[in-house]
Design a protein around this ligand. Structure first.
Ligand code: SAM
Length: 345
C-alpha cells in the first residue's frame, strides 16, 4: 500500500511515511486521491457548510521577536496600536449585525492586556453576545492565566506551534522562546477544555520535508480541534525579507492530508493563502478546508496589523469583506453559515 492509501485507510502514518508522502506533493494521482478523500470527509461531517470567524486584531504590540513576523518587537518601523475595550466591543457589535457567531481576539503578546483586563473583555463579550463563541489568540500564557480566561468564558484558543522540529524552531525564533513551552501551552489548553488550534506556516525559511513530517506527526499526537496552516510570506522589515513565499500547491496538499488525518477538524482557508493566490481561499475550501476568517478590525488599524507584505482585505469594510467571502465560498460550491461552528466531538 502507498502512504496515501494507508493514510486514507487508517488516518495515521509514521513520521517516515509522512516524509515519503510529502515527496509525492506534486504527483497528480496522489494529489487527486487525497483531495477527493478530503472533500468526501469534510462533506460527510460538515455538508456544504463553511463556518466564519470574525477576526479582531486588537493589538500589534508584541514582546516577542519572532524572526519572520512583521510585528516582532525589534521592528522599530511598525506603527503600534491597541484597541480600547469599547472599540473591541464595537467590532463585536458590527460582527453580530453581520451574522458572525464567533469572535477571534488576536494580538501580539502585549503586557498592557493583563489577565484582569482580558477577563473583563471576555466577560463583557459573553454577556452581550451569549450565543457567540470567543476564541483567543494571544500567545503563550501560564496554565493559571489560561484557566482564568476559560472561567471568564473563552471557548477556543489558537496557538500555532510554528514547527515541531527543535532545530528549525531555533532558526525562526530567538533564544528566549522554546518549542517545549509552546507545546506545553497547547497541552494545557486542551486539558482546560478549550477547542484548541495548532498549526504552522508552509515554506518558512529552513523548513524541509522532514520538519513538515514532524509537524504532521505532532498534530496526529496532539489531536487539536482546529489547525491553522498558511504559506509563509516575507515581510520587508524582517531578516527573511528576501526569502521566497511558501507554495500554494504544497499548502493545498497539506490541507488535504490534515483533513484525512483529523476528519472532523476545523480547518481555515487562511488570509495568507488568499494573499499569495487570488483564488487561494477557494482552492483551500476545495482541498478540504471548512472555515474562513474575515477581518472585523477597525479599518484604520488594518494595515498596521502587518504580519507579512501585501496582506489582502486591509481596505474593505467588514460588511464588504463578509459579502465578498460569501460569494467566494459559493463559487467553490459551499455555503457560508451564521453558526458558532463548534468542533464536532
Ligand atoms: N501572538 C500570537 C501567537 O503567537 O500565537 C498570535 C499572533 S501571531 C502574529 C499569528 C500567526 O501569524 C503566527 O502564529 C504565525 O504563524 C503567523 N505569521 C506571522 N508572520 C507571518 C509571515 N511572515 N507569514 C505568514 N504567517 C505569519
Amino acid at each position: 500500500m502507498t502512504p496515501a492509501e494507508t493514510l486514507i485507510n487508517s488516518h495515521r502514518l509514521s513520521r517516515e511515511e509522512y516524509a515519503a508522502l510529502l515527496i509525492k506533493a506534486e504527483d497528480e494521482r496522489t494529489r487527486e486521491l487525497l483531495k477527493t478523500e478530503a472533500v468526501r470527509l469534510r462533506r460527510k461531517y460538515y455538508g456544504n457548510k463553511v463556518f466564519t470567524r470574525g477576526l479582531i486584531e486588537f493589538t500589534n504590540y508584541c514582546k516577542n521577536d519572532c524572526y519572520y513576523c512583521g510585528i516582532r518587537c525589534g521592528n522599530q518601523k511598525a506603527e503600534r496600536y491597541r484597541l480600547t475595550e469599547e472599540e473591541i466591543l464595537e467590532c463585536c457589535r458590527e460582527g453580530d449585525r453581520l451574522g458572525f457567531r464567533t469572535f477571534v481576539l488576536q494580538g501580539g503578546e502585549d503586557a498592557w492586556f493583563t489577565d484582569e483586563r482580558m477577563e473583563k473583555i471576555i466577560r463583557r463579550i459573553k454577556r452581550e453576545f451569549p450565543d457567540c463563541a470567543v476564541t483567543l489568540s494571544i500567545g503563550e500564557k501560564s496554565y493559571e492565566s489560561y484557566r482564568k480566561f476559560r472561567e471568564a468564558g473563552a471557548d477556543r484558543y489558537l496557538l500555532r506551534h510554528e514547527t515541531a522540529d527543535e532545530e528549525h524552531y531555533r532558526m525562526l525564533h530567538p533564544e528566549n522562546i522554546h518549542l517545549s513551552k509552546r507545546k506545553q501551552c497547547l497541552y494545557n489548553l486542551k486539558a482546560l477544555g478549550y477547542q484548541t488550534g495548532a498549526g504552522f506556516m508552509v515554506g518558512s525559511p529552513g523548513q524541509t520535508l522532514e520538519t513538515l513530517a514532524a509537524d504532521l506527526e505532532f498534530l496526529q499526537e496532539l489531536k487539536p480541534q482546529m489547525v491553522g496552516i498558511g504559506p509563509f510570506i516575507p515581510h520587508h522589515g524582517t531578516k527573511f525579507a528576501n526569502e521566497k513565499a511558501g507554495s500554494v500547491s504544497l499548502t493545498l496538499f497539506l490541507l488535504s492530508i490534515i483533513r484525512i488525518m483529523l476528519p472532523k477538524v476545523l480547518l481555515p482557508a487562511t488570509t495568507a493563502l488568499g494573499t499569495v493566490d487570488p483564488r487561494g481561499r477557494e482552492k483551500g475550501l476545495e482541498a478540504g478546508a471548512n472555515v474562513v476568517m474575515p477581518n472585523l478590525s477597525p479599518l484604520r488599524n488594518r494595515k498596521q496589523y502587518d504580519l507579512y507584505d501585501n496582506k489582502i482585505c486591509t481596505g474593505d469594510e467588514a460588511a464588504e469583506c463578509r459579502v465578498c467571502l460569501a460569494r467566494r465560498v459559493e463559487s467553490a460550491g459551499y455555503c457560508l453559515v451564521d453558526e458558532r461552528g463548534d468542533a464536532l466531538e
